[in-house]
Ligand binder design. Structure first.
Ligand code: EPZ
Length: 420
């Protein structure tokens, strides 16, 4: 195992290139199961999670050739319909092979993804949507065992207790592309990653209306073709780097990011006193001397993203004054509070709210990475803190941030990896 050593309290400067979106790549890679023709995907980030998806596609019978950030996916023979526990349990995003396998093979056996530190992560909406299309689904020995003689279009409401579901929308959308007749998905997730998947499916020949809206109308087709497709940049990586700069009172430039995907963060940072603005294809920022504490509540897109909640909390931890942070998507997504407090933050929980009392300074400390985004919050705190921070279990960060230490070093941070 590896750890990340950060010598804190150094300003960042310069330009960082944002990688392809992990959360767009995973369902888009799964969607290649819908066709036997070759698919070339570009701007795929080199991450643990994308490697896991590549291994899963191979175990299902695909051939995958990796060429830097491009992958070529082809089919040699018949697909296997069983997605193995050991792969699915390491990455819940693998669950989005269920819809395409069912649509293509009319049967699928996919391990139930475990919960994780951010919540129990049920899959009831995935199963409800697929059953509406005609799937017969049993849960046996930790596996979803599904059969679908043929999928028939349906009018499906996919809203859950916590609002729309990104991967449930992805699973049902992919299955509906090959269903007989018309499917309408109400309360579909509108995240840019779902929009990117719908655009990719359209390029494969799918017929989808309402892309990017909460109402998707899909007219099933007989077959989907292969394609070459470039995925969108990672808005969560982009937001994380902006918050790293904000926490070190620096201004950096982002290359390759999509400004319109960041509006909820841009709006909140404007209130804090940090201007984030587009300049041509770049994104620049300017920080005021004195920052203001600002409260946030996370919601499904276009609301403030839950995947930037921990990182925003790390910034609020060093902004004098009180801010309240609430996560309506994962109400318990606060594992990062304990570790931030070990670095001198003053954050408490009151029910579903985190109360952040900003402090003047954080102090470097040995901390433990846990969830991908909680670990990103610790990097932000480590960059801002006085002294040295050691972040153990670095593999959590490697799941979602491509070349993190290299990108940070290029921005002037003093960070390096070390074997545990
Ligand atoms: C995706 O997970 C992302 N992962 C998550 O990012 C992200 O936090 C999440 O969407 C919300 O934006 C990928 O795209 C691979 P959901 P997903 O279904 O689709 C509840 C990261 O750090 N729910 O949109 O699994 C669920 O418990 C990861 O990159 C049900 O109740 O999340 C949650 O409260 C972490 N029933 C809410 O919906 C279901 O069947 C939103 O979850 C499914 C979900």
């Amino acid at each position: 195992m590896e750890k990340l050593i950060i010598e804190g309290a150094k300003p960042l400067k310069g330009e960082v290139t944002i990688s392809g979106s992990k959360n767009a790549a995973l369902p888009i890679m799964a969607a290649t199961l819908l066709t036997d023709e070759p698919c070339i995907l570009q701007n795929i980030p080199c991450l643990r999670d994308t490697w896991t998806m590549i291994e899963l596609l191979k175990s299902l019978g695909k051939t995958v050739v990796i060429d830097g950030n491009k992958i070529i996916i082809t089919s040699e023979g018949k697909l296997n319909h069983i997605a193995d526990y050991k792969l699915v349990s390491t990455m819940r995003g693998s669950f989005c092979v269920l819809g395409p396998l069912l649509a293509k093979l009319k049967k699928a056996q996919v391990s139930l993804p475990g919960g994780c530190v951010i919540g129990i992560r049920p899959v009831d909406l995935h199963l409800k949507g697929l059953k509406s299309l005609g799937a017969k689904i049993e849960v046996e020995n930790g596996y979803v065992v599904a059969k679908a003689r043929h999928f028939k279009g349906a009018h499906i409401y996919l809203g859950g207790v916590f609002g729309s579901s990104v991967l449930a929308t992805a699973n049902v959308l992919m299955a509906a592309t090959l269903a007989k007749g018309e499917t309408i998905i109400e309360a579909a997730a509108c995240e840019p990653e779902v929009e990117d998947l719908a655009n990719m499916l359209t390029a494969m020949g799918a017929k989808i209306k309402g892309i990017g809206s909460p109402r998707l109308t899909i007219t099933g087709v007989k077959k989907l073709r292969g394609l070459t497709y470039k995925i969108i940049p990672d808005r969560i990586e982009a937001g994380t780097y902006i918050l790293m700069a904000a926490a070190t009172k620096s201004s950096i430039t982002l290359k390759g990011a999509c400004y319109s995907h960041l509006m909820a963060l841009v709006d909140k940072l404007d209130q804090v006193g940090i201007k984030v603005y587009p300049e041509g294809s770049l994104i620049k920022m300017k920080c005021k001397k004195v920052l203001k504490p600002v409260s946030i509540t996370t919601y499904p897109y276009p609301g403030f993203p839950t995947d930037l909640q921990a990182q925003f909390m790390a910034l609020m931890a060093i902004v004098e004054g009180v801010s309240v942070i609430t996560d309506k998507v994962y109400p318990d997504r606060f594992i990062h509070i304990a570790e931030l407090n070990r670095m001198g933050a003053n954050i408490s929980r009151e029910g579903f709210n985190a109360i952040v009392q900003g402090v003047k300074v954080l102090h470097g400390a040995p901390v433990m990475a846990s969830d991908l985004r909680a670990s990103a919050a610790l990097v932000i705190a480590g960059l801002a803190a006085k002294g040295q921070t050691e972040i153990h279990r670095l593999y959590h960060l490697d799941r979602g941030y491509e070349n993190l230490d290299k990108k940070l070093t290029a921005l002037g941070a003093k960070v390096y990896r070390e074997r545990e």
